[in-house]
Design a protein around this ligand. Structure first.
Ligand SMILES: [Zn+2]
Length: 685
């Protein structure tokens, strides 16, 4: 969503597949009234024919991989996706009840009516392209270039879609207490700038498929096929020029490359084509004096396109982006075209998700903290909250003692690192203060209108933050989400209730697998405060170098050890992990697992731990750790992830980590020369 523009993507544990591409298993699913249970250490997921010292991931997950083929409507299938699917099924049960209940609360009316309008595909299909027609007509009616440029402001504010660039509010990297406006790169229909520029056969094929998709969408909206073909070529040309001017994903990991705070007057002088004061007024923010321009060179490319491309081509570009952003809220031909390109072609997904799942996801996205309240009340016991809060505190303690004993860090840097750690805010389960949706109108039977009003509500909420102090209670994920994040500018770790469910956090289990799994996740997020990106922010969340030169070099050397190791892993064919892109996540995996292990040892030091099911307590910690990452992935999706995902594939996130932990080799009796034993381990923390 364009209004969710953040300069530095907070580091998620996983990269979520785009929501419209999420889906369901082949057997007809039913709404759930209770969450299913599977244990945090699952013996049926093991493959005991594999020696854990040869391939620990296979040993821990081989059974899971065999027992859990990828459903036809999924690009990949893993422990997180399976739990996310169960959460959705459970939310489906809540929404069905809310849709039908009598004497509903206003919250039940909103989520229930949003859901049932979305489920009414007969009415949606009858409308065809009609709901988006006013927008298309407004674009067509623009008399000249000047009018088109002036229309970008209202278009961005009122219409979903990324038109040439993105804009929104952002926490000021240099002053973490304030929120400022930001203009950032955007405007592409393919997932990354590299898709436009790479010359290999696969990339050529994808561009062909994308051209066909653009043509199809324009044709569905009423263009002749000859016209759509001409327009698609123009759109591709415009986007390719924007792509050339965009930073790469690796470049975007450097926060300074995207921080260019300037006055509006300066922006107007550098990029004079758009009237920026007018543009900002159209977003609802008057009196903006300074803002961040994430990629100034990109804005020059936007100016170039707006002044040199033929007017008709610019209009075609705007029409297409309005259409593709609305495609999943329109009739099934639009939705199918969108699925065929973004899910089938780009991710290898075979089958469209069932409607219920698409609709549950849409309610979660638009009304997440209303629906989330019901989810939390039913699935997140106060006792689980208490235990996971305690575990987080213990893991922070473990990190503290690690930092105190690091031999390579100078006293000055150490003191700052401890201060930063001490300042981290722990947000567990759900927000202390729920979002207020009372100004958002949800109407029964008006699906498209609901999606537009919800997007508008979110855009207004986002822009309204400009000029106000930062709200540190805000969450970037909804409570049912199966994911977690660290935000370097907030200096907080966030664990939604959705990720603290079995098998990830299992209230019925003893500590070993829970610390291995959820403990490592908590450690992972915490360690992001000190990865290649997070270490550049201080305790207050300000972009500020607080490292001595020697310490910074010592740290980078240690990260390079992991970069070299992960670059050797093959994702698919001859594609290796781009470890410059994944190193932040790899460091977080290594540091997180180590401190979870230390915290677990400390938490259980007074207990006499005995083997269970033939595994020692240490072995159970590591199997619990490994089993969060069990996965099966389609080849097309692997390619997409290798190009865009800052996370390494599951096998590397397990084997690449345990090989650096001597505690693992000891636990399983692995000997030098075996694949899971490295001659020289990487040690960051
Ligand atoms: Zn992460």
């Amino acid at each position: 969503m364009k209004s969710h523009l953040t300069l530095f993507s907070a580091c998620f544990l996983l990269t979520m597949a785009a929501s419209a591409q999420q889906v369901t298993p082949a057997p007809a699913a039913q709404p759930l009234t209770a969450m299913p249970y599977s244990p945090s250490l699952d013996l049926t997921s093991l493959d005991r024919s594999v020696n854990p010292c040869n391939d620990f991931y296979r040993f821990s997950c081989g059974g899971w991989m065999k027992n859990n083929p990828i459903p036809a409507d999924q690009p990949r299938w893993d422990v997180y996706a399976k739990l996310a699917n169960e959460n959705l099924q459970f939310l489906w049960g809540i929404l069905e009840a809310d849709a039908k209940a009598s004497n509903r609360t206003s919250a039940q009316q909103m989520v229930g009516d949003y859901f049932s309008s979305c489920m009414d595909t007969a009415s949606i299909d009858k409308l065809g392209a009609a709901p988006i027609k006013p927008t298309l007509s407004a674009i067509d009616a623009l008399p000249d270039r000047r009018a088109l440029i002036a229309y970008l402001g209202p278009l961005n504010r009122k219409t979903r879609g990324s038109f040439f660039f993105n804009s929104g509010s952002t926490q000021d990297p240099g002053d973490s207490n304030s929120v400022i406006a930001e203009i950032g790169a955007g405007g592409l229909g393919l997932p990354d700038r590299d898709y436009y520029l790479k010359t290999d056969a696969k990339s050529e094929e994808t561009r062909k498929a994308y051209l066909a998709y653009v043509q199809q969408i324009l044709t569905l909206a009423g263009e002749s096929s000859a016209q759509a073909q001409r327009d698609a070529a123009a759109i591709m040309r415009i986007e390719t020029n924007l792509a050339k001017a965009s930073l790469t994903r690796v470049e975007r990991r450097d926060p300074y490359k995207q921080y260019h705070k300037m006055t509006v007057a300066q922006l107007s002088a550098d990029s004079p084509v758009i009237n920026w004061p007018d543009y900002l007024r159209a977003q609802g923010v008057a009196n903006v004096s300074t803002l961040n321009v994430a990629q100034p060179a990109f804005q020059k490319a936007v100016d170039h396109a707006l002044t040199t491309e033929p007017l008709d081509d610019l209009k075609a570009y705007l029409r297409f982006h309005a259409l593709t952003a609305a495609a999943t809220s329109l009739s099934s031909p639009f939705e199918n075209a969108y699925f065929d390109f973004y899910s089938r072609h780009l991710r290898g997904t075979q089958q469209k998700p069932p409607r219920w799942k698409t609709c549950v996801r849409q309610v979660d996205r638009s009304l997440g903290e209303l629906l989330g309240q019901e989810f939390v009340a039913r699935t997140f016991a106060p006792d689980t909250k208490q235990k996971t809060v305690l575990m987080t505190d213990q893991i922070e303690d473990a990190m503290k003692s690690e930092i105190e004993h690091l031999d390579w860090m100078s006293p000055a840097t150490r003191q700052e690192a401890l201060r930063k750690l001490h300042t981290v805010r722990n947000k567990i389960g759900y927000p202390d203060k729920w979002r207020d949706y009372s100004k958002l109108e949800i109407k029964a039977g008006d699906h498209f209108g609901n999606t537009v009003r919800a997007a508008d509500f979110e855009a207004a909420r986002d822009w309204a933050k400009v000029g106000k102090p930062v709200d540190r209670d805000e969450w970037d994920m909804t409570p049912p989400t199966v994911n977690a994040y660290y935000n370097p500018q907030m200096n907080d770790v966030n664990f939604p209730a959705g990720v603290l469910q079995p098998p990830l956090y299992d209230p019925k289990s003893d500590d070993a697998p829970n610390y291995g799994d959820t403990g490592s996740t908590i450690g992972h997020e915490l360690t992001h405060g000190f990865d290649d990106e997070g270490r550049q922010f201080d305790a207050q969340g300000n972009l500020k170098d607080w490292w001595t030169k020697e310490d910074a070099k010592g740290f980078e050397d240690r990260i390079n050890c992991l970069r070299d190791q992960f670059a050797t892993y093959v994702v698919v064919d001859d594609i290796h992990i781009n470890s410059k892109l994944t190193s932040g996540e790899d460091v977080a995996d290594l540091g997180g697992t180590l401190i979870a292990y230390i915290a677990w040892k400390k938490a259980t030091e007074a207990q006499r731990l005995a083997p269970v099911d033939g595994f020692t307590p240490d072995q159970r910690f590591f199997i619990g750790f490994a089993q969060w990452a069990c996965e099966n992935t389609r080849e097309a999706n692997s390619r997409l992830q290798a190009a865009t995902d800052p996370h390494s594939p599951g096998f590397a996130r397990i084997n690449g980590i345990v090989t650096n932990l001597p505690e693992f080799a000891t636990a399983f009796g692995c000997k030098a020369g075996q694949p899971m034993v490295k001659a020289q381990v990487c040690k960051v923390w």
